[in-house]
Every structure is written in C-alpha cells, then in structure tokens.
Design a protein around this ligand. Structure first.
Ligand code: HEC
Length: 166
C-alpha cells in the first residue's frame, strides 16, 4: 500500500512539475502554452485519475480486500484531479478530426462537441469531483462502495458524450 501511496505522490509531483512548466514556461505572460503540451497534460491527468480509480475498484472487487483508508486517499486524489481537469481545455486544444491518423499517447480524443457545451462538461467534472470527495470522507465501507459506483457512472457518462473512441 505504501508503494501505491508513494507512486501516487510521485505522479502528482510529476504533474505539478508539468503544470508549473506549462504555466510558467512562456517567455512572455501573454503567450499561451502550446496546445500539444496542454493536451499532453490533460491526458496524463486523466491517466492518473484512471490509475487511482483502478486501485479502488480492485479493492472493491469480489476477490479484493478493501482497505478503507487507502481507498479514501485514492478517492481524494481523484477529487482534486477532477477539479483541475476541465481547466485544460482551451479552444486551441480542440483538435480531433474524423479519420485522422492519431497517436493514442499524445493526440486528443476529446469530442469537438465538448466545446459547444462547455458549461455542461465543466459541471460534469465538478459533480464527479464532489462524489469522489464524499467517498473520501465516507465513514464506513457501506457508504463508500455505492459512492464509487456513482463515480464510475459519472466517468462513463462523461466519456459517452465527450470521448471519441478512435
Ligand atoms: C467531465 C468529463 C469526464 C469525466 C467525469 C471523466 N473523464 Fe475520463 N476523459 C474525458 C475526456 C474528455 C477524455 C479525453 C481527453 C483527451 O484525449 O484529450 C478522457 C479520457 C480518459 C481516459 C483515456 C486517457 C488517455 O490516455 O487519453 C481514461 C482512461 C479516462 N478518461 C478515465 C476516467 C475515469 C476512471 C474517470 C472517473 C473517475 C473519468 N475518466 C472521468 C472526460 C471525462
């Protein structure tokens, strides 16, 4: 478990470092970070959210063993990351095109429709973040488990609308 916690810490540290680079790098304050850097940052962030969710769901699986305190740390990390996530979608990062040759590691799969209803996207991220936060504060496993079920539904619902599969 310690290893997972440390790994998350390292990932979070890498992310913070990247954000500082992304936010502070431009030579002049008016310059925006390059779209590809912002896309990369949000993909790393979503990937780290996914790893944390995987840790929790593994513990909640029938053969898994729930360690509530550890699972709650993961939920809190997810909550924080989901708050930052929707801030990484400036309009120049709207780059998905049908039929284009895309690199899954670096190219965006965000549906261009996301930008035509950004308020909805932002709200979905906020609501998912709040559910993760509630899970991080649940007093007992019986409260924690259904909140993670709700969180998973929020991941899937947002992807159904905003994520292109190829
Ligand atoms: C508010 C909407 C939203 C929510 C909530 C959300 N995602 Fe995502 N997710 C996205 C978008 C948009 C992308 C595509 C990002 C891109 O390619 O630029 C994405 C991409 C991903 C990816 C692919 C990452 C990659 O390598 O490109 C994974 C895995 C993922 N999400 C997992 C999750 C999990 C797990 C949750 C819930 C804990 C979650 N997401 C919640 C919008 C959301």
């Amino acid at each position: 478990m310690r290893l997972h916690v440390r790994l998350n810490g390292a990932l979070a540290g890498a992310f913070v470092g990247l954000m500082i680079a992304v936010l502070a790098d431009p030579a002049s304050a008016q310059d925006q970070p390059a779209a590809k850097d912002t896309i990369f940052a949000r993909k790393i962030l979503m990937g780290a959210i996914d790893m944390n969710m995987d840790e929790i769901e593994t513990m909640l699986a029938p053969e898994g063993q729930l360690m509530l305190a550890d699972a709650q740390e993961h939920a809190e990390t997810i909550s924080t990351m989901l708050m930052a996530f929707p801030h990484l979608f400036p309009p120049p990062t709207n780059q998905w095109k049908p039929g284009a040759d895309r690199d899954p590691a670096t190219d965006t799969f965000a549906n261009p429709g996301l930008w035509s209803n950004f308020a909805d996207f932002y709200q979905r991220a906020t609501e998912a973040s709040k559910i993760a936060w509630s899970a991080s504060r649940a007093k007992r496993a019986e409260e924690f488990r259904p909140l993670i079920g709700q969180l998973r539904q929020r991941c899937n619902a947002c992807h159904a609308l905003n994520l292109k599969t190829q």
